[in-house]
Design a protein around this ligand. Structure first.
Ligand code: SF4
Length: 220
């Protein structure tokens, strides 16, 4: 079944324009040290009226090079899991907690590193503006770091994956496995974890359908 993409009555009037204004501001951002090493600010992309938003931790090498979120192997796996649920990027919005690549040079090679707390704090202004404009019904956090920011601190993926939580920016939020984590698994473990990702996206899709039938007053 095609996901209903009609503008929700509680949405901002012109989310495309509002989001583009914020994106243009974010592209100039120098609020933390990551501005010094990034190639591109990876703001996020997708449908500004999407009822379903995916939030990951931060851009990696390919994202930094292209300025687009989830474009490497992890992005391809996410696209595949979306397709299995009859969804594509035009149905959803995808972004990250931080907008610039966090990296470290080791043995002459640039590697990803987790963002520091002060970088996450500095960047929250952009995620806050994004999600406030989009006003999704459902947020899916990809990996524990995004869940730590949007659901609660010290999120335990093994115990809390796939569970629905209240969220400041959406009626419902849950966390699922990050596609990059799944790609590090092998054999049966890879298959099992990938099925969990597909299953969680299916649950999120269903949650959107249910949430659309709920009265507006329960939004926050
Ligand atoms: S990571 Fe966020 S706060 Fe830091 S420079 Fe990039 S956009 Fe600005």
């Amino acid at each position: 079944m095609e996901m209903d993409l009609t503008l929700d009555l509680w949405g901002v009037e012109n989310p495309e324009e509002e989001l583009e204004k914020v994106r243009q501001q974010a592209l100039q951002c120098t609020a933390c040290r990551l501005a010094e090493t990034r190639t591109n600010v990876v703001f996020g992309e997708g449908n500004p009226r999407a009822p379903l938003v995916f939030v990951g931790e931060g851009p990696g090498e390919h994202e930094d090079a292209t300025g687009r979120p989830f474009v490497g192997r992890a992005g391809a796996l996410l696209d595949q899991a979306l397709r299995e649920n009859g969804l594509s990027r035009k149905h959803v919005y995808i972004c990250n907690v931080i907008k610039c690549r966090a990296s470290v040079v080791e043995n002459g090679r640039v590697r990803n590193r987790p963002p520091y707390a002060d970088e996450i704090t500095a960047c929250h202004q952009w995620l806050d503006k994004q999600l406030t404009i989009i006003q999704p019904l459902v947020i899916v956090c990809l990996g524990a770091p995004a869940a730590n920011t949007l659901i609660h601190k010290n999120f335990k993926m093994t115990q809390e994956r796939g569970i629905w939580f209240p969220c400041h920016y959406a009626r419902y939020a849950m966390a699922t496995l990050h596609p990059a984590y799944i790609l590090r698994q092998e054999g049966e473990s890879y298959q099992q974890n990938y099925r969990l990702l597909v299953q969680d996206i299916a649950a999120a899709r269903q949650k959107v359908i249910e949430a659309k039938k709920e009265p507006k007053t329960t939004l926050f």
